[in-house]
Design a binder for this molecule. Structure first.
Ligand code: SF4
Ligand code: SF4
Length: 226
């Protein structure tokens, strides 16, 4: 089993400046998405439903490391190299390969927008911690001495981080249901984007909490009848 890498916790600040080399958007990177990311990506693509992202092959579902839940991620192109479909590759005047994100700044997935800050959320304690995670193995931005304050970043993405925490709490609830990939896709990750995200999200939360609650009540009735 590969050893788990431990990343340093960011207390208040970190040094970093992106050079736009694009290395974190190519190769073996995995860009996991939350529900707001799916919504933004569907809007950016001009789709009326997130389902099109899966049908068109921009997004796919993958199991988390514990194989307990299915989560959406960007499906990277495979040829001629492996890279994100939203990456624009360009050559700079001095012949270096540069990378720009088509989703920047308003539709960019949270994981990319926060990089190199990784957000770890403990759904049981309802607590987030922030770690310094190099976006790519040799990210040149990590060598820069530009200082960044964590609270400025978390304030900028406060709403997106809040939705992500609630999404992780939903996943925690769903773990017990042992749903299939198709169930996740149909019941959690497919929704129309014709309303404000807030309405869609809280509708999904009510549906899933109702389901889980119903299952718990049924279990209580069944065990009470034994
Ligand atoms: S690898 Fe680092 S420097 Fe290069 S684009 Fe990604 S974040 Fe920026
Ligand atoms: S969404 Fe943008 S920043 Fe994220 S991997 Fe794709 S191109 Fe890079």
């Amino acid at each position: 089993m590969p050893e788990e890498i431990e990343f340093p916790v960011i207390e208040s600040g970190f040094n970093f400046e992106c050079t736009q080399c694009g290395d974190c958007c190519r190769g073996d990177q995995q860009v996991f998405l939350n529900l707001l990311d799916l919504y933004n990506m569907a809007l950016f693509s001009g789709f009326t439903s997130t389902d099109r992202l899966f049908k068109q092959g921009t997004a796919e579902l993958a199991q988390d490391v514990n194989h307990s839940v299915w989560r959406p991620r960007i499906r990277f192109k495979e040829r001629p190299l492996r890279f994100c479909p939203f990456l624009i590759n360009e050559l700079s005047d001095d012949g270096r390969l540069k990378g720009f994100c088509r989703l920047h700044p308003h539709h960019k997935p949270l994981i990319c927008a926060l990089a190199p800050v990784g957000c770890e959320y403990d759904s049981r304690k309802k607590q987030a911690s922030f770690l310094l995670v190099p976006p790519a193995a040799r990210c040149p931005g990590m060598e820069k001495e530009t200082h960044n304050k964590l609270h400025i970043l978390t304030e900028r993405y406060r709403e997106a981080l809040r939705y992500q925490s609630l999404y992780f709490e939903l996943l925690e609830l769903l773990k017990s249901k042992h749903l299939t990939e198709e169930d996740y896709r149909e019941h959690l990750y497919t929704f129309k984007v014709n309303r404000p995200f807030k309405e869609i999200f809280f509708g999904l939360m009510r549906k899933i909490r109702g389901w889980v609650q119903m299952e718990i009540s049924q279990q209580v009735v069944i065990s009470g009848n034994k």
